[in-house]
Design a protein around this ligand. Structure first.
Ligand code: SF4
Length: 344
């Protein structure tokens, strides 16, 4: 997609200098926005939070310090089958496809997303299913990518039936932004497809970053899941210039709860190359999170978490301890090693 395509969708949008200087040939994530998400952009605001998440700028070319990498979670080193990442005892992630309906400019999986590898091949799905049948400690699999709901119904049916045949007990998390960025794609036939695999639950894991994303169309798509008994959870990423504001987050999480979306995680952005302009300093994230607490009910207040760099695993600020030292936060990672994350 080019800026001319964006102009065709939204002739009222003026392309900024920073946007114009973005270079596709050196980018790690392509430019692609849905008609629906483009319709939400406020053309009068060059810093509009919807635009920041979806329209690339040359700031993606800059790298902050030497601690950013393309794969801070070191997923490549935790593969137990092609595309099957196993970092936590009870959970694995299967990279179903590298396609998304829209490429988020803050995407943490830049090593993979939009790389044109396409959907997993049948052999990769069978190899993953075999690995799952041999690793019974894995109880949940994240169907992620990319966005799993870009797959056709036939591809989805093959994937889910392969995993459920290998492990009927496997809980599957459908990780998707489609209800938010392309809500018309969620329809009754998709719900029927999921309902036909009823030996274990599905959970729908959304990423909603701003209250304006919860449009009537998006909420209708969410209701198709919740009305059919599929729990829907939200994993918001804390993003500079998008939602690094207590009142915006309050509105977002209250709107989630009012629409049966459980705010599950508020994520500190990973140390991924090209995303520095989105990263809120961790000391500021902690302040925002603390200030948010008295404003929300326990149900509406998510867990603040971050994925430690160098594949250190996830830490949860409500339960895991840390110390501050010389401009760094120091954590005892779930892998038993010490890890540090820059304070600012
Ligand atoms: S939908 Fe997810 S995988 Fe796709 S670009 Fe956005 S954050 Fe990355």
């Amino acid at each position: 997609m080019t800026f001319s395509d964006l102009k065709a969708l939204r002739p009222d949008i003026q392309i900024t200098r920073e946007e114009m200087l973005w270079r596709e040939d050196t980018a790690t994530v392509p430019f692609k926005i849905t008609r629906h998400f483009a319709s939400l952009i406020d053309a009068d605001d060059p810093s509009d939070p919807i635009r920041r998440q979806s329209v690339p700028t040359c700031l993606e070319n800059s790298k902050a310090g030497n601690y950013e990498t393309l794969d801070p979670q070191q997923e490549e080193q935790h593969l137990i089958a092609p595309r099957l990442v196993h970092r936590y005892q009870g959970t694995a992630a299967f990279l179903t496809t590298d396609y998304c309906a829209m490429y988020c400019r803050h995407c943490f999986r830049r090593r993979f997303t939009g790389g044109m590898a396409g959907p997993a091949a049948d052999q990769e799905i069978q190899a993953a299913a075999k690995a799952l049948s041999e690793n019974l400690q894995i109880k949940e699999v994240l169907l992620t990518g990319g966005d799993v709901l870009t797959l056709s119904h036939d591809q989805l049916r093959y994937l889910i039936s392969s995993f459920r045949q290998a492990r009927p007990d496997l809980v599957l998390r459908v990780c998707t932004r489609i209800p938010i960025v392309d809500p018309d794609r969620i329809d009754a036939s998709l719900i029927q497809l999921l309902e036909s695999f009823d030996t274990a639950p599905f959970y729908v894991m959304l990423q909603v970053n701003h209250p304006r994303e919860l449009t009537d169309k998006a909420l209708r798509a969410v209701r198709l899941f919740t009305d059919s008994g599929f729990p829907v959870l939200d994993q918001t990423v804390l993003l500079k210039g998008v939602n690094d504001n207590v009142l915006i987050l309050k509105e977002l999480f209250e709107k989630c709860i009012a629409n049966r979306i459980i705010p599950y995680y508020l994520f500190q952005a990973d140390l991924v190359s090209g995303t520095a302009s989105f990263r809120v300093p961790l000391s500021e994230s902690l302040r925002i999170y603390k200030d948010l607490k008295p404003l929300l009910s326990g149900l509406a207040y998510p867990k603040l978490a971050l994925d430690l760099p160098n594949g250190g695993g996830k830490v949860n600020f409500s339960t895991d301890s840390y110390i501050e030292e010389d401009g760094w936060f120091l954590f005892d990672g779930p892998d038993g090693r010490k890890h540090r994350y820059p304070k600012d």
